[in-house]
Design a protein around this ligand. Structure first.
Ligand code: HEM
Length: 407
């Protein structure tokens, strides 16, 4: 046994009891050790804010290794050929790539996903949040009736995806993101693979339509984007649209659920939002810090001689960065377990990542979430839970099944 390695994780990431409230367990772990190897999961878990931040910025750590070496060399399972359609949709996703391909695709996506395009969503976001809330009755599901149609409508509007396919997109997306969990079953993988195939066929049709008749939307922008005379291929556009649609609504929807659940448990903080004492744009940073919708992202060690939290880590090892733990680190945030909407440094949370993969959608997410919580606080100041919501049984993508609320 390697004595320099601290013990394995003291909890099971798939245990519903742990998922219900992972923070006491994460706090205890973080105070025991900055980095913990788990034999069963074959990964090292990084627990503290400064170390998670340093890992995100370290170019010797990558989301993928396949540009440098084989699966054997990196002790990775080969990609299961049964899920070929899913892998094809991932192939050109920004989240699958490392430089130089990542640099190239990210520049082209940024050329279409401009600050002007994002800023143009502010008015529509504010109007949509209000009109959805005005159309809802006494009791509703904050996720199904409000947060989901809100986020999917906005991302589809930005991309130029017609409204009649919104429910298909939600279904495809829910199926696909199950592939990012630790305990994906074969049945879930089959669904994800089927969803990826249908999603791809749909986006290819959309590309054809926009190529024939460009509009003022992002799919047209991606078709036309050029950097140094190069364009995106159809496969690259498909992966980009899939990742923008998936990343573009799941985390945002879950932030509304997690955030409102946090406020319901802290009525004084909710009142500070309702009274306007704390602007919604500030409050959402603390809500993301306190209960982030994405709890863990991974990195492969791509080079020799890397140290994390003062410990050498070998090329080929896998690191899991614990965002929820980093965001509750008292070294970075005073009284880190306390929800304080006016916390001055709340935006130093790692919820949007960092380094070359930093969330490209963060400016849009911030506009959307601020408009969403502002509308809730203004139009439904007495909103409350009608029952304790039930967690989705998954650790990485953290959200609720539903959040039933009433005026
Ligand atoms: C509250 C909402 C959101 C959260 C918490 C979030 C979080 C993140 C995080 C943590 C990463 C980095 C992953 C890593 O380093 O391994 C990321 C990347 C990304 N996000 Fe977001 N995101 C949100 C909303 C959005 C939205 C609205 C969009 C698009 C419209 C989006 C698109 C992306 C994309 C494309 C990437 C990959 C960037 C790259 O690899 O270069 N996200 N997001």
């Amino acid at each position: 046994m390697n004595v320099s390695r601290p013990p394995e994780l003291p909890f099971d990431l798939t245990d519903p009891g742990f998922i219900a409230d992972p923070y006491p367990g994460l706090n205890a772990l973080r105070e025991t050790a900055p980095i913990v190897y788990d034999e069963r999961l074959g990964r090292r878990f990084v627990t503290r804010h400064a170390d998670v931040r340093a890992c995100l910025r370290d170019k010797r750590l990558g989301r993928n290794f396949r540009h440098l070496g084989t699966e054997e060399e990196f002790h990775a399972e080969p990609l299961d050929p049964r899920w070929a359609d899913f892998w094809a949709s991932e192939r050109w996703s920004l989240l699958w790539l490392e430089p130089p391909e990542h640099t190239h695709i990210r520049k082209l996506v940024a050329a279409a996903f401009t600050p002007r395009a994002v800023e143009s969503m502010r008015g529509p976001a504010e109007r949509l949040a209000r009109s959805l809330l005005e159309s809802l009755g006494e009791r509703f599901d904050l996720l199904y009736d409000y947060a989901q149609p809100y986020s999917i409508t906005l991302i589809c509007e930005l991309l130029g995806v017609p409204t009649n396919r919104h429910r298909d997109l939600l279904d495809w997306s829910h199926a696909i993101v199950k592939m990012y969990e630790f305990d994906t079953t074969d049945a879930q993988a089959i669904e994800a693979n089927d969803a990826a195939r249908e999603f791809r066929a749909y986006v290819l049709d959309l590309i054809e339509e926009r190529r024939a008749e460009p509009r003022d939307d992002m799919v047209s922008g991606l078709v036309e984007a050029r950097v140094d005379g190069e364009r995106l291929s159809d496969d690259q556009i498909v992966s980009t649209v899939v990742v923008l649609l998936n990343a573009g609504h799941e985390a945002t929807v879950n932030t509304v659920g997690n955030g409102f659940r946090a406020l319901a448990a802290h009525p004084d903080e909710w009142r500070r939002l309702v009274s306007g004492e704390v602007p919604a744009a500030h409050a959402i940073e603390e809500l993301i810090r306190w209960d982030p919708p994405l709890q863990l992202f991974e990195r492969w060690v791509l080079a020799d001689g890397v140290e994390v939290a003062g410990e050498p880590v070998a090329r080929g090892e896998r690191l899991a960065l614990l965002f929820g733990s980093a965001n509750r680190d008292p070294r970075a945030f005073a009284e880190a377990d306390r929800l304080d909407l006016s916390r001055a440094n709340a935006a130093e949370h790692v919820g949007f990542g960092g380094g070359i993969h930093v969330c490209i959608g963060a400016p849009l997410a911030r506009i959307e979430l601020a408009a969403s919580f502002e509308a809730l606080a203004q139009l439904r100041p007495t909103l409350h839970l009608v029952e304790e919501p039930e967690r989705v049984p998954a650790f990485v993508i953290r959200g609720f099944q539903s959040v039933h609320v009433a005026r």
